[in-house]
Write a protein that binds this ligand. Sequence first.
Ligand SMILES: Nc1nc2c(ncn2[C@@H]2O[C@H](COP(=O)(O)OP(=O)(O)OP(=O)(O)O)[C@@H](O)[C@H]2O)c(=O)[nH]1
Ligand SMILES: O=C(O)[C@H](O)COP(=O)(O)O
Length: 210
Amino acid sequence: MSCWALVPLKARRFGKSRLAGVLDAATRVSLVQSMLERVLAALADAREVDRIAIVCSEPERVPQAILRLPDSGQGLNDALAAGASRLWARGADELLVIHADLPLVRADDIDHFVRCGRSQRMALAADRHGTGTNALFVAGVTDFSFHFGAHSLSRHLAAAHARGIVPALPELDSLAFDIDTPADLACLLPSTLTPISPLRRSPTPCLITC
Ligand SMILES: Nc1nc2c(ncn2[C@@H]2O[C@H](COP(=O)(O)OP(=O)(O)OP(=O)(O)O)[C@@H](O)[C@H]2O)c(=O)[nH]1
Ligand SMILES: O=C(O)[C@H](O)COP(=O)(O)O
């Protein structure tokens, strides 16, 4: 079995645009980098993930041990579809798409998510609002279409149901918390942004109350 994680990473100048009103460009770039490092560290620690790839138009941002897949600039779903087909062609049996903006993500939650997905061929990690998709796992479904964007969770569920698949929907705080808006940022204590913070720490109490 070969489980590949596929992390999409938007070009620097476009990333985290919804935070432009509260963070300057340099701070947004550094926030994105911190969250990316956290996600990559958790993936590296996850026992169920064998290899990691990043789909990105900026090769210098991809660490050497990680496979870089090109982004042709047609948006997130196209970038993921092209990246996924390359991974299936390389012999992937399973694919875990996971966003790079999950500052509290933990390796044990990733492992749990993948194991749940294996039991039903697919798993979806909802965002904390129950509308977005922060991670998506598929086993062997090489032509699944991605529907990231507004209301992606219901769109992914509909696409799965149309194929007779009932995805697992494990509720995992560390996968549910992504940073999109100033309100998300306010839920995050500054200390949780450092990539060297312990991976297995529980989500902060602040997360639960936001
Ligand atoms: N390769 C690639 N990754 C993308 C693209 N759009 C979004 N992403 C990544 O997909 C994940 C979810 O991104 P979003 O929250 O939709 O976008 P964002 O850039 O983080 O934030 P906004 O600009 O505020 O929408 C993050 O890991 C992004 O870096 C894209 O066009 N190409
Ligand atoms: O499908 C999604 O949920 C989006 O690609 C990312 O959503 P966000 O805007 O909540 O990050």
